[in-house]
Design a binder for this molecule. Structure first.
Ligand SMILES: Cc1cc2nc3c(=O)[nH]c(=O)nc-3n(C[C@H](O)[C@H](O)[C@H](O)COP(=O)(O)OP(=O)(O)OC[C@H]3O[C@@H](n4cnc5c(N)ncnc54)[C@H](O)[C@@H]3O)c2cc1C
Length: 325
């Protein structure tokens, strides 16, 4: 969406457009925000002109599918514990390590890999290396068997002595962690947009269901409990929408802080889980059947409080900013 026209992109640097696409894709039951909402920002902000010319046209046309690989089998929340290592060899890097839970992992043509390049320097010793399809030593595991989000592939990746050319370093050597910290708020906002859209979609489906379904001689929507539950959920959905939209405005003005993005991600996804559980309850037994959209929404939603940083990590980010001790 934000990529300049010369590379085949839409050239609208306004996250409201991303949000509309994310919402519409989500209403139709999919969830492919990573390429448009997350990776585009890395490529636009960090790629040099040669890299942009190499990757962006395919990125925009859809011929190049992208992924970002931070999480490893031994570390997820604690990103500083990343063990994947890249060592300089002339102009190239030799990359070794393993990643897991990588969205688009099976289909990706290029993967932004977070690797330790100078372990002595702690947080300042990480860099982003772009690994491309077909590089010897780059292997993918099976498509992991998730409980939801069945339409998107998630995989383990392994790197054994992968020779990554120096020209595939994205951003500045040693600044990988800073690059992540700068881009994670947008990723978290994208997840909040999905949560807001999912809440609206599930609410609408449920309102329709309780109008149609009858029990004790009248629609279940006529029961006071149903009205009260849905009144509460409609209020929360509106509040989530308003806050998410406010965060989109702040992002557009380049003012969205890490804490606000964490608040949006934490709150919207927790409310999403609560709403879907209650909406499913109003569907009775049908809500438990996979053929009903609410059942699929329930399974898709469960990961929302986990990926992109868990609820607990969001609370840490927000809590730290309160300077309580
Ligand atoms: C479907 C899916 C797609 C994903 N896509 C990607 C992707 O594209 N790229 C990528 O890099 N990763 C991806 N991930 C990984 C995801 O970001 C991690 O799973 C997540 O960050 C949590 O890490 P973990 O699984 O190692 O859990 P852990 O870090 O082991 O956490 C386990 C539990 O401990 C809690 N915990 C950990 N530390 C603390 C603390 N300090 N205080 C309180 N509680 C704590 C956590 O909140 C959690 O409840 C994906 C995951 C899934 C499931």
């Amino acid at each position: 969406m934000a990529v300049p026209e010369e590379f085949g992109g839409g050239w609208v640097k306004d996250f409201r457009y991303n949000a509309v696409v994310t919402e519409e894709v989500l209403y139709s039951g999919l969830g492919f925000g990573l390429h448009n909402d997350v990776i585009a920002a890395y490529l636009l902000e960090l790629a040099n002109e040669e890299q942009k010319a190499r990757w962006l046209p395919g990125f925009c046309s859809g011929e190049i599918i992208t992924a970002i690989a931070m999480t490893e089998p031994g570390t997820g929340s604690d990103l500083q514990g990343i063990k994947t290592r890249a060592v300089k060899d002339g102009d190239d890097w030799i990359l070794n390590g393993a990643k897991t839970f990588i969205t688009n992992g099976v289909n990706a043509d290029i993967v932004i890999v977070v690797a330790q390049t100078d372990p002595e320097k702690g947080a300042m010793g990480f860099s982003l290396l772009v690994v491309e399809r077909g590089m010897p030593g780059f292997e993918r595991g099976r498509n992991l068997d998730k409980i939801g989000l069945k339409a998107q592939d998630t995989a383990e990746l392994s790197f054994t002595d992968v020779r990554v050319p120096g020209k595939n370093l994205l951003g500045t050597e040693g600044q990988g962690f800073i690059h992540l910290m700068q881009n994670l708020p947008q990723e978290r906002l994208s997840i909040a947009v999905m949560a807001a859209a999912a809440m609206e979609g599930c609410l609408e489906t449920t309102i329709q269901y309780v109008r149609d379904r009858k029990a004790f001689g009248k629609p279940i929507g006529a029961q006071q409990n149903t009205r009260f539950v849905l009144a509460e959920l409609a209020t929360k959905t509106t509040a989530v929408r308003v806050f998410t939209d406010r965060c989109i405005e702040l992002l557009n003005q380049e003012k969205l802080t890490a804490e606000e993005a964490a608040m949006a991600k934490m709150w919207s996804t927790e409310e999403q889980l609560d709403l879907i559980t209650k909406c499913l309850q109003l569907h009775g037994g049908y809500g438990y059947m996979r053929e009903y959209p609410i059942a699929k929404a329930y399974m898709d939603a469960r990961v929302q409080t986990i990926y992109g940083g868990t609820t607990e990590i969001m609370k840490e980010i927000i809590g730290r900013s309160l300077k309580l001790s």
